[in-house]
Design a protein around this ligand. Structure first.
Ligand SMILES: Cc1cc2nc3c(=O)[nH]c(=O)nc-3n(C[C@H](O)[C@H](O)[C@H](O)COP(=O)(O)OP(=O)(O)OC[C@H]3O[C@@H](n4cnc5c(N)ncnc54)[C@H](O)[C@@H]3O)c2cc1C
Length: 272
């Protein structure tokens, strides 16, 4: 079936096209979309792209960081301001994939992908949605929860507060094939402390559910605790009860539930 490719000058035009044409699908880096094209996916007949400069813009100088949805993992890795996000960007595929793979595309990548989205979730990111009538913002958690239902929305950008202490942001991906396999599971955590005790932690799990999730029971169990073996024990015990991990060729749900506590403990204690 012939495919039409339409490139718009603005995000708003791209959003309008996607809203008006049911058979239109947005393409950013194309690492997953081109696979769909090559495999003969007939669920779309128009590919929408945009050359809007805002789509690929990084604003990292102030207290709030904004990444255009078309920013690639390679762009993140090239920014010193975004050094705390380098482990998450480096977790996405190999160098060739990272050159094309975008922040926005990662929010829609099916399980077990979504490593960067997991990091953004722990940063409590907000998502800017483009439409023909102007932009609006929603929490990333809501977008991820609703991404399988309802009409596909065009993400223009994501934004989040710059971590006051970058060392309080931690990321870890467990994979079977190194250095670039799909995730058995991914954990990202924002762990601010007050007087040595955790205060206001945010913990996100990737590949532990059909989409990246916040691990609320783990967060509650960490509140007021020291990041010591004894202090993190209740959070580690809570980890296996979070999510609903799918079974896939990478790992079974059973295995994911058993190893998530081990990976979480290592991340919380800063162990290798
Ligand atoms: C070999 C290989 C290895 C990979 N390894 C990993 C990995 O280790 N970790 C990982 O997380 N991912 C991995 N991926 C998946 C993928 O490369 C990334 O998730 C990437 O970030 C997807 O971004 P993209 O721009 O290429 O998406 P595209 O292929 O352009 O699009 C993917 C989907 O997202 C939608 N989309 C894209 N941008 C937007 C937007 N702004 N608004 C709304 N919808 C949008 C598209 O319509 C499409 O449905 C891998 C892929 C390949 C091919």
């Amino acid at each position: 079936m012939p495919l039409e490719v339409r490139t718009t000058a603005t995000l708003a035009e791209a959003a309008s096209l996607l809203q008006s044409e049911r058979a239109a699908r947005f393409m950013a880096g194309g690492t997953l979309m081109m696979r769909a094209v090559n495999e003969g996916d007939v669920s779309f007949s128009t590919i929408v792209r945009t050359s809007d400069p805002a789509f690929v813009r990084v604003r990292a100088a102030g207290g709030r960081i904004e990444l255009g949805a078309g920013v690639t993992m390679a762009q993140v890795l090239a920014s010193r301001e975004l050094a705390f996000l380098h482990p998450a960007a480096r977790a996405v595929g190999g160098p060739a994939v990272r050159t094309m793979a975008t922040v926005g595309g990662n929010l829609f990548a099916a399980h077990p992908y979504g490593d960067f989205a997991t990091a953004l979730l722990a940063l409590d990111a907000r998502v800017q949605l483009a439409s023909g009538f102007g932009a609006r913002e929603v929490p990333l958690e809501d977008l991820l929860r609703g991404r399988e239902r309802g009409p596909r929305q065009l993400v223009a950008a994501v934004s989040f507060e710059r971590p006051a202490d970058p060392a309080a942001f931690r990321f870890r991906k467990m994979t079977r094939t190194h250095p670039k396999g799909p995730a058995v599971l991914t954990i990202a955590a924002w762990l601010p402390t007050s007087g040595g005790r955790v205060s206001g932690a945010r913990v996100a799990f990737g590949a532990m559910a059909p989409f990246p999730i916040r691990a609320r029971a783990v967060e509650r169990a960490l509140e007021g605790r020291l990041l010591s073996a004894e202090g993190v024990a209740p959070a580690v015990a809570a980890a296996a009860r979070e999510g609903d991990p799918p079974t896939d060729p990478i790992a079974s749900a059973w295995y994911r539930q058993r190893v998530v506590g081990v990976v979480l403990r290592r991340l919380l204690l800063g162990e290798l």
